[in-house]
Design a protein around this ligand. Structure first.
Ligand code: GTP
Length: 314
């Protein structure tokens, strides 16, 4: 999705998208580090600021310690502190930044996409499908959110745009049955990839989780190694709720990786760092807007620089 020629355009979108978080962090840090005296109280306030930005307690502590160490070596101003924070945040994120890489040996490789309603599943699926099609792969999209007609229609639009084969059933149909048919279709078409959308809300949470479990069971009967990726799409504006969603979907869908959308809609974009620190799950993509170019593979260096409102490194 990102090649070198496009990546500077992406960095400015990323910076723009993260501007609510970065301006709040920049303001807070600048206020703290223009004081005459830099003491333990300043560091405590820095830690509070980072926690309020949802970076998570462990990261906030680690970052504050790094700033505390640096102040003995040199004079610190707001900008140098932001640089230290960005470097520490990148260190937390580095191990979780992994490209989505479904196995070539599986035909089809199956990507199951889960997450609550409105988190950005459909948009994410559309983008992923498009990028794999562009790379020459044959893609099947399964409209597993049989609960909502609008979700099926929206996915159909993306399928058309990405030139993917589209499999859907009538509203209210059994989602697991749809998944079965979609896998058979992918097999008979010798497709490389089957991407499955799922419902984000049914009558109740237990119903939703039971449906997801059933989908996974059906897939495993067709191919014991499926789903090869189970992506959880998280909406950054839900803040700390994102953590509970990783737990809940992790139990039933065996989440293997994350996508975080709507980082543009919150001043607490640090939640991505808290999730990474706690679960150590791969982060594949992040989204900072509704446009087609607003979702891109996750790059920890760029993300942490943009989060602190800093220019690109190097
Ligand atoms: N601001 C912003 N909006 C986004 C982002 N990603 C998705 N959206 C919007 O969020 C809304 C929900 O996205 P969908 O992709 O439909 O989410 P979904 O999880 O499939 O939701 P349902 O179709 O309701 O189940 C749409 O209006 C998207 O355009 C993002 O990164 N930033």
């Amino acid at each position: 999705m990102t090649d070198t020629s496009q990546s500077s355009g992406w960095f400015s979108r990323l910076r723009q998208g993260l501007s609510k978080t970065s301006s709040s962090l920049t303001r807070g840090i600048t206020d703290l580090f223009t004081k005459e005296k830099l003491d333990a109280a300043t560091l405590d306030e820095l830690e509070d600021l980072l926690i309020r930005s949802d970076l998570g307690i462990a990261t906030a502590e680690r970052v504050t310690e790094a700033v505390g160490r640096a102040r003995h070596a040199r004079a610190l101003d707001g900008e140098s502190v932001r640089g230290i924070v960005a470097a520490e945040v990148a260190r937390v994120l580095e191990p979780v930044a992994k490209p989505l890489d479904p196995p070539e040996s599986a035909r089809p490789a199956v990507i199951l996409v889960v997450g609550v309603n409105g988190s950005g599943k459909t948009t994410t699926i559309g983008k992923i499908a498009e990028s794999y099609r562009t790379a020459g792969l044959k893609v099947v999209l399964a409209a597993g959110d049989t609960f909502r007609a609008a979700a099926v229609e929206q996915l159909a639009v993306w399928a058309k745009r990405a030139d993917a084969i589209f499999v859907s059933k009538e509203t209210g149909a059994d989602a697991a049955a749809l998944v079965y048919e979609a896998w058979q279709k992918a097999k008979s078409e010798d497709a490389d990839l089957l991407i499955i959308d799922t419902a984000g809300r049914l009558q109740n949470k237990a119903g939703l989780m039971a449906e997801l479990e059933k989908i996974v069971r059906v897939l495993k009967k067709l191919d014991p190694s499926a789903p090869h990726d189970s992506l959880l799409v998280l909406d950054a504006t839900t803040g700390q709720n994102a953590l509970g969603q990783v737990d809940a979907f992790g139990k039933v869908a065996g989440v293997t990786g994350l996508v975080m959308t709507k980082l543009d809609g919150t001043a607490r974009g640090g939640i991505l760092v808290a999730v990474a620190e706690k679960y150590k799950l791969p982060v594949h993509f992040i989204g900072v807007g509704e446009g087609v170019d607003d979702l891109e593979p996750f790059d920890p260096q760029e993300f942490s620089r943009a989060l602190l409102g800093l220019p690109r490194a190097g």
